[in-house]
Ligand binder design. Structure first.
Ligand SMILES: O=C(O)C1=C[C@@H](OP(=O)(O)O)[C@@H](O)[C@H](O)C1
Ligand SMILES: C=C(OP(=O)(O)O)C(=O)O
Length: 450
């Protein structure tokens, strides 16, 4: 649970070259799903490389509350003794998902078609985020939700005792919504069909197949049509969680803007539904190479090598790429500030309903650092000043948003004056070793607890 403690102000200042190997933690999306699918399967799922960030630890606690046995064996090794599809027990207390949209929305889906009732809450950020996007499709299965105005947490879900399968076209590009419907479909008899017009990260589909569910994905004129047969017996798995590309983004982007840098980020998942940032950076002229390309656990993986790139230029990032880099726009906007010319980011309305309104949070901080940002409801444009030309000297609000805090810490590594954030404590939600890892590469960050 994040954001409940004392704020941790942090300051980042210009540093010498960043060099070395950045072993970033496990993938957050895959970590949540490993715990949830482990809890819904029969037998013991063994997981290595689990991200031990607050978001995932909250999901582990929640799975215990629903009756699974979740054990931490140390060093990222965990096991989950599952209760089987439909086997969730009614929790005796409120489920606190902390700062995690993925956690709360996927768990809501997983319990929505069991005849139990559960009450969910979270921190101030999560309680401000829309849950109707999940509870609307869950209502089609027969699940009832009672929350605050605007479909906000705290919220009680009364699961459907007699669920029916659904066919649902996801109205927003969201892997969380898609996944919630699929997880609910697990305990509905018959065929649940989810259609997404724009492809979003496909970890749920891949993992459901891995756990033995009958799931079929077809690309049609309507979009990606995912068909799941309900009431499978999921079989426990052995899972090695790959390192998180969304966390790799921070040392990679830092290396591109700090003179003389040369950083290797090994073992990063390059699933095309997640790799949009790296494509964009290369289009901008980044010296970013994929080394030792291979496949691990059914996912394409490579070691990323990022070197200082003095001649970055602005690009237009197309809306079609948004889902594959949705969490990376904050740090991309920082790189854009050090490029020549405008970087246009379009089709990104979803950024306004993340842990914070990420367009607003970044635009305000970038402007305070001397960078011009124009914005509309679903777009923003950063006018780059070029390498060495970004003034900095500002204190940005992190707004309980880990990605905003880390993006501004990266910016301060290459600005003329240091850059601060009022509260870096949210960083532990997704990247608990951010501070020491960046320091080991040569970054100068004060105040870091993470
Ligand atoms: O399914 C997931 O694991 C996630 C989906 C994305 O959210 P949306 O589904 O809201 O786009 C992303 O922003 C989040 O960090 C993780
Ligand atoms: C949006 C994010 O997470 P979530 O929706 O799980 O809170 C994120 O990690 O950037």
């Amino acid at each position: 649970m994040s954001g409940h403690g004392t704020p941790v102000p942090m300051t980042s200042r210009a540093c010498g070259p960043l060099t070395g190997v950045a072993e970033v933690p496990g993938d957050k999306s895959i970590s949540h799903r490993s715990l949830i699918l482990g809890a819904l399967s029969v037998g013991e799922t063994r997981i290595t490389g689990l991200l031990e960030g607050d978001d995932v630890l909250d999901t582990a606690r929640a799975m215990r509350a629903f009756g699974a046995t979740v054990t931490d064996h140390g060093g990222g090794a965990w096991s989950v003794q599952g209760v089987g599809v439909g086997g969730f027990a009614e929790p005796s207390g409120v489920i606190d998902c902390g700062n995690s949209g993925t956690g709360v929305r996927l768990i809501m889906g997983a319990m929505a078609t069991t005849g139990i009732t559960a009450t969910f809450t979270g921190d101030a950020s999560l309680c401000g985020r829309p849950m109707g996007r999940v509870t609307d499709p869950l209502a089609l299965f027969g699940c009832r939700a009672h929350g605050r105005q605007g479909g906000r947490l705290p919220m009680t879900l009364v699961g459907a005792a007699d669920p029916v399968p659904v066919r649902y076209v996801v109205p927003v590009p969201s892997a969380q919504v898609k996944s919630a419907v699929l997880l609910a479909g697990l305990n509905a008899p018959g065929e649940t069909v989810v259609i997404e017009r724009e492809a979003t990260r496909d970890h749920t589909e891949r993992m459901l197949a891995g756990f033995g569910a009958e799931i079929d994905v077809e690309q049609t004129d309507e979009g990606r049509v995912i068909t799941l047969q309900g009431r499978p017996e999921l079989q426990a798995q052995v899972i090695a969680v790959p390192r998180d590309p969304s966390s790799a983004a921070f040392p990679v982007c830092a290396a591109l803007i700090v003179p003389g840098s040369d950083v290797l980020v090994p073992g990063i998942g390059l699933n095309p539904t997640r790799a949009g940032l790296f494509t964009t950076l290369r289009e901008m002229g980044a010296d970013l190479t994929y080394e030792n390309e291979r496949e691990e656990g059914g996912e394409p993986v490579a070691d990323l090598r990022a070197r200082f790139s003095p001649d970055l230029h602005g690009v237009v990032v197309p809306p079609a790429r948004a889902a594959s880099m949705i969490d990376e726009y904050p740090v991309l906007s920082v790189v854009a500030a050090f490029a020549q010319g405008k970087t246009e980011m379009r089709g990104v309305k979803e950024l306004r309903v993340k842990e914070s309104d990420r367009i607003d949070a970044m635009a305000k901080g970038l402007r305070a650092a001397g960078v011009t940002v124009d914005e509309g409801e679903d777009w923003w444009v950063v006018t780059g000043l070029g390498h060495g030309q970004v003034p900095g000297g500002n204190t940005a609000e992190s707004r309980l948003d880990h990605r905003i805090a880390m993006a501004f810490m990266v910016m301060g590594m290459a600005t003329q004056q240091p850059v601060s954030v009022d509260d870096g404590s949210p960083i532990t939600t997704s990247f608990p070793i951010f501070g020491p890892l960046m320091a080991s590469l040569g970054a100068l960050i004060d105040g870091s607890k993470a």
